[in-house]
Design a protein around this ligand. Structure first.
Ligand SMILES: Cc1cc2nc3c(=O)[nH]c(=O)nc-3n(C[C@H](O)[C@H](O)[C@H](O)COP(=O)(O)OP(=O)(O)OC[C@H]3O[C@@H](n4cnc5c(N)ncnc54)[C@H](O)[C@@H]3O)c2cc1C
Length: 450
């Protein structure tokens, strides 16, 4: 902690403060730092797991990969495990994360009991749902490091079996799919079998799948999609499947959902030659960063006379009753596929009506949403500008009563951004914990790419 404090004190006033961290899952390109970042090298471990109390004390930069390695031997997992191995606990709490348990457990920050935060004023405070720093606790999710850095978090854990039994259910009508999500969210079961986790994939409005997952000790033998098999394709081929709990948690990491195809990694010959240790989202992310820097593919496209492309990498949350309409609109207007579907509802720890709200990402308590994820690019149409498709999506999301995550490109003007992301709350908490505004502001990070 002293190393962290010292490195914070060493950043000259007026210079941006950045984490000196090996991995990142942020997607927008950022300006290169001019000063050394915060030394967080000693903050990437699991401090303790309490199997009886079902909690863990974890350092802020601990990756979910390391966290799961520490909890699974106890038959436990965090309540929500984002799909990409190198997402850190602090990153998921400050930048939001989501996964297939979110229809019952909400988002990762909703199972945090307390967190230590290095604030902009250089102090370390412990924030809890109540008490002196409750304002920081409530404003921290979706603040993206603009209020302070989480150095330790105490989180809740839940039991998980050794295996996960999957049912891949096909839908040819989007309304039937959203009805099924409503039913499973309300009853936590489908066709008489319990559902512990649920997500899905839309290949087209006439072909979409929900995957109902049940944690169990008694299934097997498990499939393996870390080798030549490719997980997302299995949804079209199999109606039932089994994975180990470990492979289930990382099922989307091996091929970065389906995005590994952009690098040829799904071609049978390339896949056989591609070293298994590089079939991971952080490796693909490094390739994307190289492309951002050197623009090799963009230059080849230009030489071939292909139109320039707009990056469309977004996760949006749409109210369940508007989801079918949004998906049909998206298929026609944007046309990217596949699309990831992940139902969610703010956590209700003590039953209906007990959800808290989080001002910087104001989902409505008691309402069901579907997170819709699409990650790729589209050609820029003649006469259109880079960013136009993203702006159209932003408008449509707002018209649908939805929200957009901020890990990628955003184009809102400041007023709209303040309205959508709790600007008044953010400013009050910022003034209290970072009075000299040493940490980059939320709008500057999310929209201005500072
Ligand atoms: C293609 C793509 C798909 C994604 N899909 C999913 C998904 O399916 N599920 C999901 O859960 N998430 C998803 N994400 C989002 C991801 O969870 C967030 O971007 C998360 O913030 C990344 O965490 P990180 O640890 O890699 O943080 P970084 O990328 O390193 O940092 C993200 C931001 O958080 C700040 N930050 C990092 N650590 C801390 C800390 N300890 N305290 C305070 N601030 C901190 C940084 O300053 C930065 O502004 C996706 C992102 C991408 C790019």
């Amino acid at each position: 902690m002293d190393t962290l404090r010292r490195s914070y004190a060493a950043v000259p006033t007026g210079e941006p403060v950045r984490l000196a961290k090996r991995t990142s899952n942020l997607f927008r390109p950022r300006s290169a730092p001019r000063t050394p970042g915060l030394d967080v090298s000693g903050l990437n471990g699991v401090l303790s797991v309490d199997p009886a109390g079902r909690t863990a004390d974890v350092q802020g930069m601990c990756t979910y990969e390391d966290l799961v390695d520490a909890t699974l031997p106890h038959g436990l997992m965090p309540l929500v495990v984002p799909q990409l191995r190198t997402i850190t606990l602090g990153g998921a709490v400050t930048g939001l994360g989501i996964e297939s348990t979110s229809f019952r457990n909400g988002l990762p920050h909703e199972s945090v009991r307390e967190l230590d935060v290095l604030t902009g004023s250089g102090e370390i405070v412990t924030a809890r749902p109540d008490g002196e720093h409750a304002d920081l606790f409530t404003a921290f999710p979706n603040s993206l490091g603009s209020l302070g850095y989480a150095t330790r978090l105490r989180i809740e854990l839940q039991p998980v079996g050794r295996y996960v039994a999957l049912r891949n259910v096909r839908f040819t009508q989007l309304e039937a799919l959203t009805d099924a999500i409503a039913e499973v969210t309300a009853t936590r079961s489908w066709a008489g079998e319990p559902v512990d986790a649920m997500d899905g994939v839309m290949f087209s409005p006439g072909e979409a799948y929900l995957v109902f997952a049940t944690f169990t000790d008694g299934a097997g033998p498990p499939s393996d999609y870390t080798g030549q098999g490719i997980y997302y394709r299995s949804l079209r081929r199999r109606t039932r499947d089994v994975l180990t709990a470990y492979d289930y948690l990382w099922r989307w990491d091996t091929d970065w959902f389906w995005c590994s195809s952009a690098f040829g990694a799904q071609h049978p010959v390339v896949r056989r030659l591609w070293p298994a240790r590089y079939r991971r989202s952080d490796f693909y992310h490094r390739l994307v960063r190289l492309e951002h820097r050197h623009q090799v593919a963009a230059r080849i496209d230009r030489l071939r006379g292909q139109p320039a492309r707009e990056r469309v990498v977004q996760d949006v949350e749409i109210p369940l009753d508007r989801t079918a309409d949004f998906l049909r609109w998206f298929a026609g207007a944007v046309g990217m596929n596949p699309v990831w579907l992940c139902p969610l509802r703010l956590r209700e720890p003590a039953g209906p009506g007990s959800a808290r709200s989080w001002p910087l990402y104001p989902l409505r308590p008691g309402e069901d949403y579907v997170n819709i994820g699409f990650w790729g690019s589209v050609p820029i149409a003649p006469g259109a500008a880079d960013g136009d498709v993203n702006r159209t999506i932003e408008r449509r999301v707002s018209e649908s009563g939805g929200h957009k995550s901020l890990y990628s490109d955003a184009y809102y003007d400041r007023d709209a951004f303040d309205r959508l992301y709790g600007g008044d709350t953010w400013r009050a908490v910022k003034d209290r914990y970072d009075p000299d505004h040493r940490l980059t502001g939320l709008y500057e990070k999310a929209v201005a790419r500072a």
